[in-house]
Structure formats: structure tokens, C-alpha cells
Design a protein around this ligand. Structure first.
Ligand SMILES: [Fe+2]
Ligand SMILES: [Fe+2]
Length: 471
């Protein structure tokens, strides 16, 4: 599955054998580049950035590292290798051969699933476009741009599916993907989290840790799809996605370590007096992005989720490995629900709860991340700890939406909730304070005061390597 870089659009799908598709994608390519220049990273477009580029989809040694100007990045179409005699993993068609074409009866559902995923990719580039201006180091700036170019590539991955398998509808969708804008009042992105502003680097780290991780689980569920090209596309995106998650996870960890170090230096034990972001403030950012990200899984009870699972369009996380029954039939799923103002458990058919099944896999993963952050705080000699809010807190989607739950998941009065919310989520004053810390550090090895240096650099290079070269 090596990648052909001789063509205008690098690919491993033998694009030149389908002239119509190739022409359609080559027509879309300049529109994509215009979009990148219009709403991609502000500044640095003519600088040399130390980026990785995919050269093969085989495991191990799949990427090559070197200086590239962002607009020259070779965005392309890469699918993981086909699995021989692959079978539909779950739902009513479990065990049947996978589809290489879109089944007519699932065409609309599949199109909707692909467009919804696709829309998140350019959205995050738009949300993050100003961050290069305030990067806390060249190392971090490079990671931001790496994430950005790869989100652009994920858009290519999805646009390929739309154009290759959905005809004129797919081409129209591909155009619309470049027309919507994150946070735009008239033409917003489809999902709420992707319209939220990303004004500071703490937000960026929380976004890549929590919201990109939603992407990981959505892609994982789509990798279980009976529509094989979608499955193969998602499998390769997951390899790239791992880096985005580690940028977020290690980024938050470095902020916490620094907070602990600065608190220790301060006579009053206050990291803020020393120009850091106190652990309690980081906790608010975590609360906010965790809650927005778990909303992305959709409602706890969903007939769409049941239909997608039944059809074999989406599976559960690790469907093939972690489950023995792949039908999801004749099983109940227990959910805490609010009935007449009190909490009581209720049962729903498992298929209708598939959104929550995936959300719980995600939450388990984030709990592991929080454990690592708390280990870091312990190593730095801090007594403070990070906790994840309960998944009922501050929801805007699903059966707990807009109900006054506290971060422990207890139902409280609306008055108490409103009074305490500023202590749970970033306040205007918190945001204003963090904004004052966002001053750029552009000398190699230089690190903003509010964040600890990373343990190691990128691809064997030292931390003080010139990851972005101004030319
Ligand atoms: Fe992505
Ligand atoms: Fe990502």
C-alpha cells in the first residue's frame, strides 16, 4: 500500500484509473487550497515547518519528517490495506461479506454519517487558526500545524468517499464542506463543539485531548462499518489521530506540572502569583471541553443509533475483539433517568443505547488520561488532583440536557446550579487571565513561563530544535 506521489493528488487508491473521479477531485483541489489560505493558520504560511507526511499505510515507518511549507503539504487519499474476505462485523448483516459499493437502502444514512464526520475536520482548523500567533514554543507551534495539516488531510479522506461513491450529491457535499465556517452565525459547522472559539493554548490542549478523542471513537466505530472503503479510510485516519491526542494529553500535563512547580516557588503557594495557570483553573477548562465532547456522541436513547448499528454502518469500539454477540438484540441497557424530578434507573433496548455505549468507552479512556495527569501532579509534589465531571453535568444534548446536575452527577436546584456554575466552568475573568499569558515564544528552546518543557522533542530531535524556520 505504498503511496503514489507522482500524481497531483497523492493516493494509494489507483486514482489515475478513474479519470472522471480524478478530474472531479482535481477540480476540488484548488478550492481546498483557497479555503486553507483563507481560513487556515494565520501567518507562517511561507515558513518551513518540520512536518511529517504519510509515505505508506503499512504499520511502522509510515511517515517521513522534513521541512515543508504548509500550503505545499501533499494532502492526499490514503486507505489502509484491504482485509481479505472481510465480513460485516455487527448488526443484522453480521457475517455477510462487506460492501464495496454503497447499498441503495443505506445511501442517505451513510452520506449523513460521512458528511457529519467530514465537517469536523476543516472546522477544527478554522477554530485553531489564530493560535500560531501565541505559541508557547516552536515545538508547540509545529505540533499545532501538524494537527492542522492532518485535519486537512482527513477532510480529503472524507471528500474522496463522497466524490467516489455518492455522485453529484457527493460533489455538492464536498463543496458545502468548504463553505461552512466554525462559529459563523449564518453557515455554522454541523456540531456544537466545532463552533466554539479556541482562543488560547489551554483550550487547544483540552480540545485535542477531549474533542479529537471523540473523533478517535467515532472513527473507531466507523472502522467497524460494513461499507469497506469507509472502514479502510477510518483505520488510516486513526493512525494520524493518535498524535493529536498525545499533543493534547501531554500539553495539559505540562501545564499542570508547571502549575505545581510555580505554586511551590510562591510564598503563598499560588501558581497564579508566579504567572502560571492554577490547577483549579485548568480543571474548569477540562470540565468545559469534556462536557462539550461527550455531547458529540449524541443522545443516550437514539433510534438513529439503533438503525446505524442494525444496518452495519457503525459498530461499537473494538466490536470484533471486545464482544461475542454482534447482533445487539434481546439485550437491555440500564440508564439513570430523571422521572418526576428524581433519579431512577430505566432500561432501554441495547441497540437504542449505542451512542452511550460508545460514550462510555470514551469515558474509560479519558479516566486513564486523568490518572496520568494526577501522577504528574504527585511527582511534582502537589496535593491537588484533577477529576472528571460526571457525564450528566452540563449537557446540552441527550436525556440530561439542560438539567441542573452538579459535577458529581447529583440533581440539584436550578438556583444552586446557576450560582455555582462560575466555579465549575471558565468565567470571563478566568478567560481574560489566561489570555494575558498568551505571548509568543519564538526562539528555539524558549518556553512560555506557564508551561513545562516537553520531555523530548520530535522524531529524535532535541526540544530546542528549530521546528519552525522563518524564511
Ligand atoms: Fe481528524
Ligand atoms: Fe484530530
Amino acid at each position: 500500500m505504498s503511496i503514489n506521489y507522482d500524481e497531483r493528488i497523492p493516493n494509494n487508491v489507483n486514482l489515475s484509473s478513474d479519470k472522471r473521479l480524478q478530474r472531479a477531485l482535481e477540480t476540488w483541489q484548488p478550492a481546498f487550497l483557497d479555503w486553507w489560505k483563507d481560513v487556515g493558520p494565520v501567518g507562517f504560511q511561507t515558513d518551513d515547518i518540520y512536518l511529517r507526511t504519510a509515505i505508506s499505510t503499512a504499520p511502522g515507518g509510515w511517515a517521513q519528517f522534513g521541512y515543508t511549507k504548509m500550503p505545499d503539504y501533499r494532502w492526499g487519499i490514503f486507505l489502509s490495506a484491504p482485509e481479505e474476505d472481510r465480513r460485516i462485523p455487527s448488526g443484522d448483516h453480521a457475517g455477510e461479506p462487506v460492501w464495496q459499493e454503497v447499498p441503495g437502502e443505506y445511501r442517505n444514512s451513510l452520506r449523513r454519517i460521512i458528511v457529519t464526520q467530514a465537517d469536523t475536520e476543516p472546522a477544527s482548523v478554522e477554530q485553531q487558526r489564530w493560535l500560531g500567533q501565541t505559541a508557547p514554543s516552536l515545538y508547540d507551534m509545529r505540533n499545532l500545524f501538524q494537527v492542522n495539516v492532518e485535519e486537512g488531510r482527513h477532510l480529503w479522506a472524507m471528500v474522496y468517499l463522497l466524490q467516489a461513491y455518492f455522485g453529484k450529491d457527493g460533489r455538492d457535499e464536498a463543496d458545502d464542506l468548504l463553505a461552512r465556517r466554525a462559529g459563523d452565525a449564518d453557515k455554522p459547522r454541523i456540531l456544537d463543539a466545532f463552533n466554539q472559539p479556541c482562543p488560547d493554548w489551554l483550550t487547544f490542549f483540552c480540545f485535542t485531548c477531549f474533542t479529537d478523542r471523540d473523533g478517535k471513537y467515532q472513527l473507531g466505530a466507523l472502522a467497524q462499518s460494513g461499507f469497506d472503503p469507509l472502514s479502510r479510510t477510518c483505520n488510516f485516519m486513526l493512525i494520524e489521530e493518535a498524535h493529536h491526542l498525545s499533543v493534547g494529553e501531554t500539553g495539559v500535563e505540562r501545564v499542570l506540572r508547571r502549575a505545581a512547580q510555580l505554586a511551590k516557588q510562591d510564598p503563598n503557594g499560588d501558581a497564579r502569583n508566579q504567572g502560571g495557570i492554577p490547577v483549579a483553573m485548568v480543571q474548569k477548562w477540562i470540565n468545559y471541553w469534556f462536557c462539550y465532547s461527550i455531547d458529540l456522541f449524541g443522545s443516550e436513547i437514539s433510534s438513529n443509533a439503533a438503525d446505524f448499528f442494525a444496518a452495519g454502518l457503525k459498530g461499537r469500539w473494538n466490536e470484533a475483539k471486545d464482544y461475542t454477540d454482534h447482533s445487539g438484540l434481546n439485550q437491555q441497557y440500564t440508564l439513570p433517568m430523571v422521572k418526576n424530578g428524581v433519579m431512577a434507573d430505566g432500561d432501554v433496548p441495547l441497540r437504542n443505547a449505542m451512542n452511550d455505549v460508545l460514550r462510555q468507552s470514551y469515558i474509560k479512556d479519558t479516566e486513564r488520561v486523568v490518572k496520568r495527569w494526577n501522577q504528574a501532579l504527585e511527582e511534582e509534589g502537589s496535593d491537588e488532583r484533577i477529576t472528571l465531571p460526571n457525564s450528566r453535568f452540563f449537557r446540552r444534548q441527550g436525556i440530561y440536557a439542560n438539567l441542573p446536575f452538579n459535577p458529581h452527577g447529583e440533581l440539584i436546584t436550578k438556583e444552586e446550579f446557576d450560582a455555582k456554575l462560575p466555579s465549575w466552568l471558565p468565567s470571563e475573568a478566568d478567560r481574560a487571565y489566561v489570555a494575558t499569558l498568551m505571548t509568543p515564544c519564538t526562539a528555539p528552546g524558549q518556553m512560555a513561563n506557564w508551561i513545562a518543557a516537553p520531555r523530548k522533542g520530535i522524531h529524535g530531535n532535541p526540544v530546542d530544535f528549530e521546528y519552525v524556520r522563518h524564511v
